[in-house]
Design a protein around this ligand. Structure first.
Ligand code: SF4
Length: 254
């Protein structure tokens, strides 16, 4: 049986992108940024395919990835889920949305960070702010740092089921901290997980910290957020809801 990483990245039917192209899961919007510091902002989303982690599949996981269709080739077909598109084509679609900001997400978008540079340059030329949502395992290239407004870095702790040796990469985490553009956003499903997040944040000097409740339904998100709110305040951290789940559940492309 292939390893999960192998099933994610090495399948022969995962498309290959050439110069000026990206491996995409979906481009959608206008919609609202559903999480983090820009919550509620009208944006366009660019979701890239493939990931180097497998959240929710390992032992002890308390929550699961909400975009497994970008990487889980044991349950989804890359031929159905991924497409190679030119950056020019993506920029044209985003231009039609008439947004002032875009969110580049995944999967893990920095797997394709060299190919992302032309898209980031096009965004800068048009005055679009760019947020990149990343799991924090791949250090950003200097040209990417220069073109991104904010990195929403989401390091994975035990509740993800991903071993720490794969999920927490010191050099990459330090690189994000050094950008001065990173917010470290941790998923939690119960207050007991906050102690581990605090230890990870202290060990790798991660700041600022934002906590996001796990959940794929509005009821679950609100319940977990209410449980987390006071303990998060006590620790001096921020809390984000998941607006898109409150509005549209787990519907894709919203
Ligand atoms: S890092 Fe993100 S996209 Fe990748 S498996 Fe984990 S939650 Fe899903």
């Amino acid at each position: 049986m292939p390893s999960r990483l192998g099933s994610t990245l090495a399948r022969s039917d995962v498309p290959v992108a050439g110069p000026g192209e990206l491996i995409l899961s979906e481009v959608f919007g206008p919609t609202f940024q559903g999480e983090g510091r820009s919550l509620g902002q009208r944006v366009g989303f660019v979701r890239l395919g493939t990931c180097n982690l497998d959240c929710g599949r390992g032992p002890g996981a308390t929550w699961a990835c909400d975009t497994p269709y970008t990487w889980d080739w044991e349950h989804y077909s890359p031929g159905d889920e991924l497409a190679v598109r030119s950056v020019d084509d993506v920029v044209a679609q985003l231009t039609d949305m008439a947004v002032a900001a875009i969110v580049v997400t995944g999967g893990e978008p920095l797997i394709q960070q060299r190919r992302l540079v032309p898209l980031l340059r096009a965004a800068a030329d048009r005055g679009w702010a760019v947020e990149v949502e990343t799991n924090g395992t791949i250090a950003p290239l200097p040209e990417v740092v220069g073109l991104v407004s904010r990195f929403n870095v989401s390091p994975k702790v035990r509740g993800s089921g991903v071993p720490a040796a794969r999920a927490l990469r010191p050099r990459a985490l330090a690189a994000f901290g050094d950008t001065g553009k990173a917010v470290f956003k941790f998923v939690a499903s119960e207050p007991a997980e906050l102690d581990e997040i605090g230890r990870v944040a202290a060990r790798w000097r991660l700041t600022p910290i934002m906590i996001m409740p796990a959940g794929t339904t509005a009821d679950e998100i609100v319940r977990v957020a209410r449980e987390l709110a006071d303990p998060v305040l006590v620790r001096g951290w921020d809390l984000t809801i998941r607006l898109h789940v409150l509005l549209w559940g787990d519907e894709r492309g919203r």
